[in-house]
Design a protein around this ligand. Structure first.
Ligand code: 3HC
Length: 291
């Protein structure tokens, strides 16, 4: 199969913006789609800032940075993506929203060589693929999990998750594309949370329980895991970085999908979400970033 020439990314938030960026720096044309122009403007500004920083630090030549930025187009028009030969969905972590998107994708991309990937962190690939299959017979074979990690330009991993209908050829092409984008792909099966969040989120949740029970202060919990386990960020800082609402969502998916209450989100974590303290995205979560 030829290398991917044009990749469309649906959703220009933290993850989608990063995916478009590394596609472009890997020589692939990227179409960044979002329903909201504001998200596209924010993504464009971040792309320009990060490329300028890479040039400043000698990691990229100015000409290469300019060429990469020139490969990214930003659009609020769904039909502008029609020419893409690969799609990565990186929209909100909501099963209904993803079902609608994959229904539309199956209708828009009728060529059976266009892979319809999702960056979902925990929603069943099989479930997402079923929506595509209903919209167009056979489309389910082209649906696969292509799970990137935040911040996308920095984190090497792509977790590749096969749904029950995913064809082996699509799996191989996803592995090849991940490598073409400078990433290291590793496979997981389609169980709630896959491997990354099945292992990471319960650890983060446990840190909230330790805090709630007064075992240690947040700063000490994080320092113990940073200094003792060489984690680049402590679990509570990482929760703020990911978003506390996303953490609760993933824990709920684990509890539901694995049919086990031990994955229920810690009451203190849920209380912070109720209070609107979502972490980096609201300027306050476990820690206060407003100063
Ligand atoms: N976007 C792009 N690049 C970024 C970035 C961002 N948001 N944040 C940092 N970087 C880059 C910086 O440009 C810097 O590179 P440079 O100085 O050479 O230009 C490099 O990363 C290091 O950044 P900093 O010096 O600012 O700070 P740190 O050394 O502390 O690194 C970090 C920041 C890379 C975020 C590091 O703390 C880290 O790796 N944290 C763990 C992140 C993690 O675990 N991610 C996975 C979360 S789980 C997930 O995403 C799955 C989802 O499904 C929930």
């Amino acid at each position: 199969m030829p290398d991917v020439k044009t990749l469309a990314v649906i959703g220009s938030g933290q993850m989608g913006g990063g995916i478009a960026q590394i596609a472009a720096t890997s020589g692939i044309n990227a179409i960044a789609y979002d329903a909201h122009q504001g998200s596209l403007d924010k993504a464009k500004k971040l792309h320009e800032k990060l490329m300028a920083r890479a040039v400043e630090k000698g990691r990229m030549e100015q000409a290469d940075a300019d060429a990469a930025l020139g490969r990214i187009t930003y659009t609020t028009k769904w039909d502008d993506m029609a020419g893409a030969d690969w799609v990565v969905e990186a929209a909100v972590e909501n099963a209904e929203v993803k079902a609608d998107i994959f229904t539309k994708l199956a209708q828009t991309f009728d060529r059976d060589d266009v892979v319809l990937a999702t960056n979902t962190s925990s929603i069943s690939i099989t479930q997402i693929a079923a929506s595509a299959e209903v919209a167009r017979a056979g489309a389910g074979q082209r649906v696969i999990g292509m799970h990137f990690f935040n911040p996308v330009p920095v984190m090497k991993l792509v977790e590749v998750i096969n749904g029950l209908a995913t064809s082996p050829e699509v799996t191989q092409r996803t592995i090849d594309l991940s490598k073409q984008m400078g990433k290291e792909p590793h496979a997981a099966n389609d169980r709630a949370g896959f491997i990354s969040n099945r292992v990471l989120m319960p650890m983060i949740n446990e840190a909230f329980y330790a805090w709630m029970e007064g075992v240690a202060e947040p700063e000490d919990i994080d320092a113990i895991m940073r200094l003792g386990m060489a984690h680049p960020m402590g679990p509570l800082r990482l929760a703020d970085f990911i978003g506390l609402d996303t953490c609760v969502f993933i824990m709920d998916v684990l509890a539901e999908g694995l049919n086990n209450d031990r994955y229920r989100a810690c009451p203190l974590l849920k209380q912070l979400v109720t209070a609107g303290r979502l972490g980096d995205k609201t300027g306050r979560g476990v820690f206060d970033y407003s100063k």
